[in-house]
Design a protein around this ligand. Structure first.
Ligand SMILES: Nc1ncnc2c1ncn2[C@@H]1O[C@H](COP(=O)(O)OP(=O)(O)OP(=O)(O)O)[C@@H](O)[C@H]1O
Length: 237
C-alpha cells in the first residue's frame, strides 16, 4: 500500500528524517514510537503531503502522493487540532468531512451511529456547541471520528491516546482493532505509551533522530527491547 524510498526531510541544516526504504502492506497495523523530536509527526506529515520532502518519494498504491490526488479519498488522518474547524458544531464538521469524502447520506448516518459511544453524550447531546468550546480531550475525539468517518483504507493518527480519559482509550483501542480485523484498514499510530501501542499494533517502528532503528513484529521480546531502549535513553541523558 505504502512505499517510502530515499526519504529525507531537513529543517534548515538539520536532517530530521532519513528513511532509505520502508514498505507498509495493506491491513498492517503499525505503531510508531520514539522520544520527543524523533521525527514521528514529520513522517506522518510527509505521508499526508503536508510537508515537502527534500529528497525521495512516497508511493501510495505505486503512485507518488505528490503527483496524484487518488490516495486522499482513501486516507483518514488526525494529527492535531488544526485539522478541526473550531467555529462549526460537531455535526456540521462531520457533514463537511463526509462531503469531502463523497459519502452517501445513509452511510454517513450509519458511521456516525457507530461512533456515538466513543464520542460520549457530552458531544452527541450538545448539538449546538461549537468545536472550539469543547475540552481538549473531546476535540481529540471529534478529530479521530472525523478521520475514521469514511472508513478509510489508510488511517493515520498522531498520539490519539494522549488527551483521552481511560474509558475513551479503551473504546478507541477496540475501534482500531475492529477496523483492522473487520475492515482491513491499514493503521499507522504514534504514541508514547508502549502498552497502548502494543495493544493495537502488530508491527512496531522505533524512530531515533529521524532514523528507523528498529522495525519488528509485536512480541513480548520486542516490547522488552523497546522498554530497554527507552530506559537506556534516560541513562544517556
Ligand atoms: N516546522 C519546523 N521547523 C523546524 N523544525 C521542525 C519543524 N517541525 C519539526 N521540526 C523538528 O523536527 C524534529 C522532529 O520533530 P517531530 O515533531 O516530527 O518529532 P516527534 O517525534 O513527533 O516528537 P513528539 O513526540 O515531541 O511529538 C524535531 O527536532 C523538531 O524540532
Amino acid at each position: 500500500m505504502l512505499e517510502i524510498k530515499e526519504l529525507i526531510k531537513k529543517f534548515g541544516n538539520k536532517t530530521v528524517l532519513n528513511i532509505p526504504y520502508l514498505k507498509i502492506e495493506k491491513n498492517e497495523s503499525i505503531g510508531v514510537v520514539g522520544n520527543n523530536g524523533a521525527g514521528k509527526t514529520t513522517l506522518f506529515r510527509l505521508l499526508l503531503d503536508l510537508l515537502k520532502a527534500d529528497n525521495g518519494a512516497i508511493l501510495f498504491d505505486n503512485k507518488n502522493i505528490t503527483q496524484t490526488e487518488d490516495w486522499k479519498v482513501h486516507t483518514g488522518s488526525f494529527l492535531e487540532q488544526g485539522f478541526l474547524i473550531p467555529f462549526l458544531t460537531t455535526i456540521e464538521y462531520f457533514k463537511f468531512v463526509s462531503t469531502l469524502y463523497k459519502m452517501q447520506e445513509n452511510v454517513f448516518q450509519l458511521q456516525l451511529e457507530k461512533y456515538q459511544d466513543f464520542l460520549t453524550k457530552e458531544i452527541t447531546q450538545n448539538k449546538r456547541k461549537y468545536i472550539r468550546d469543547f475540552s481538549q480531550g473531546n476535540k481529540v475525539k471529534i478529530g479521530i471520528v472525523a478521520a475514521m468517518l469514511s472508513n478509510p483504507q489508510l488511517l493515520i493518527l498522531d498520539e490519539p491516546f494522549a488527551n483521552l480519559d481511560p474509558s475513551s482509550q479503551i473504546r478507541l483501542k477496540s475501534i482500531i482493532k475492529d477496523l483492522v480485523i473487520n475492515h482491513k484498514t491499514t493503521v499507522l499510530i504514534s504514541s508514547h505509551d508502549l502498552r497502548h501501542i502494543t495493544d493495537v499494533s502488530e508491527r512496531i517502528i522505533l524512530i531515533d533522530e529521524g532514523k528507523i532503528i528498529k522495525d519488528s513484529p509485536k512480541s513480548e521480546k520486542s516490547l522488552q527491547e523497546l522498554e530497554t531502549y527507552f530506559i537506556n535513553q534516560i541513562e544517556t541523558i
